[in-house]
Design a protein around this ligand. Structure first.
Ligand code: XIL
Length: 395
């Protein structure tokens, strides 16, 4: 991959004298990864056989994800990583700018981080992410305004009335959306293009019981979309959820919700399919689900793609067979999204992490869900995704 060929040149002077950084390189996963660059000459154009590495788990990429896709390709960031000049984070940022054109805050723009007290907000991490995006020509997808798993402690224990609780949440949604609408590029386009307004409203096919259903009511999701739209008439508003491909009941509930919103004039622009997949699941449901969601006519965002290779915890280290199955699953995700979703509805595809060790699913090294190994080498999962985005059929 080009980044590995240029990094030594660009960074050699810079890295000398830098501290070892705030990320500890963990155990090697995905096979031997030493000697990341077999080609000492950085001017040599990349070969296109895509497989000149000697180990079966990594390959030399010749195409950047964003150059292959006709829609934005995203990954996650944090304000602290973007601010860090450790060697790992410098490599991370080089790769981010090279392969991606959209970013999502992994945690920094969640309610739990930004809603610090009654009528009190701390947007500083989000602002840092937005200014990085602005300086580097990246789009920001806002994630997530209301999610049962990211509620600040004070709001959880809020002792006011239900009306006062609702007023707090309404104030938060409006203030947050309005604040992030202010940042624009040179042509007046917003940096924050979109928000996941409500995350994981459903639990299976049913409405999830949460603090929000208890204190606002089962229609809190509709109110949230209306509040967000009042704060910004243009930003794209998404509903986001997991297992949309794997659970047909949840999928049907989401499709019904979209019709209900339409009938009741509740504003919504798109649906985020998180896409936390396993190497062998879902299988035939994956294209069906993408089709069902595209049939709503709304924008479709693959919002948090990763693929577990060890869901059942049945392997101690990654096997070639498992890595290849995972490669195919990445290819399927890219292929079906590219070929099934009409172009006008393709909002983008976002990966949920860089190195395996950065993944929320890493689990102490017992899974390898992402596109780069712990030395930032491109894994064959990357090759699978590139093939899928290129329209190469996996079946
Ligand atoms: C996860 C982050 O990756 C973790 O760092 C954090 O501890 C918990 O949240 N669905 C979502 C994401 O919508 O916000 C979650 O992100 C992963 C599941």
């Amino acid at each position: 991959m080009k980044v590995f060929k240029i990094i030594p040149i660009l960074l050699v002077g810079f890295l000398i004298g830098c501290s070892s950084g705030d990320d500890v390189t963990g155990p090697q996963v995905g096979g031997p990864t030493e000697g990341t660059d077999p080609d000492p000459d950085p001017t040599t154009p990349p070969t296109d056989n895509g497989s000149d590495n000697s180990d079966p788990f990594t390959y030399d990429a010749t195409q950047n994800l964003k150059d292959v896709a006709s829609f934005p390709i995203g990954n996650i960031v944090s304000a602290s990583k973007l601010a860090s000049v450790s060697s790992d984070n410098t490599t991370f940022k080089t790769l981010l700018n090279q392969e991606y054109n959209s970013i999502t805050a992994e945690n920094d723009m969640k309610m739990g981080n930004m809603f610090t007290g009654p009528d009190t907000y701390d947007f500083s991490d989000g602002d840092a992410i937005v200014s990085y995006a602005s300086a580097n020509g990246l789009r920001v997808h806002g994630h997530a305004l209301i999610w049962h798993s990211s509620i600040p402690g004070w709001l959880n224990n809020f002792e006011g009335t239900d009306e006062e609780f609702e007023a707090q949440v309404e104030g938060y949604v409006k203030a947050t959306v309005a604040h992030f609408a202010e940042a624009t590029d040179g042509e007046g386009n917003p940096i924050v293009a979109s928000w996941d307004v409500v995350n994981e409203y459903f639990d299976g096919a049913s409405v999830r019981t949460s603090l929000f259903t208890q204190r606002i009511g089962a229609d809190f999701h509709k109110k949230a979309f209306q509040w967000a739209r009042e704060a910004d008439p243009d930003v794209k508003l998404f509903y986001n959820d997991y297992n949309i491909a794997g659970e047909v009941g949840k999928r049907n509930s989401i499709v019904n919700m979209a019709s209900e919103f339409d009938a009741e004039d509740i504003p919504i622009d798109g649906i985020g399919m998180q896409m936390h997949l396993n190497h062998d699941w879902p299988s035939s449901d994956l294209p069906i689900a993408i089709q069902d969601i595209a049939d709503t006519g709304l924008l479709v965002h693959v919002s948090e793609l990763d693929v577990k290779a060890n869901y059942s915890d049945d392997i101690d280290e990654l096997t070639v067979e498992r890595a290849e199955a995972q490669e195919v699953q990445y290819q399927r995700a890219g292929y079906y999204y590219t070929t099934i979703v009409p172009q006008t509805q393709q909002f983008g595809l976002t990966l949920w992490g860089f190195r395996d060790q950065d993944s929320w699913l890493y689990d102490g090294g017992s899974d390898w869900p992402l596109l780069y190994d712990n030395d930032f080498n491109t894994k064959i999962t990357h090759r699978g995704l590139v093939a899928g985005l290129n329209g190469e059929s996996p079946e």
